[in-house]
Design a protein around this ligand. Sequence first.
Ligand SMILES: [Zn+2]
Length: 102
Amino acid sequence: MCGGTAALKFEDLKLFNGKFVLKDQPYYYCKRCGDQYVTSEQMGRQEPKVREFLGLERKFISTGGSIAATIPPVIAKQYGIKKGRKFKWVSESPKKLAIVLE
Ligand SMILES: [Zn+2]
């Protein structure tokens, strides 16, 4: 930090080679030297969105008489998964179950 005045700006943050965009993310930039930085509070707010994008840690839910796994919206968008689209469960190992889209 050079001690210059910091200004708050908003910009789209692109992650994973632009596959995932966090819209209007706040960050500060220094009016004197142009340094950019985000506060830990700002980072903390982005984290759940990034985790949701990765979709790595989810829990099964129950709906009606079935157990269901939900697909994060960003994953659904990336794979073109929509209600009614057919898929198959493929058992790969006792701990690995894959979805194959038709
Ligand atoms: Zn500065």
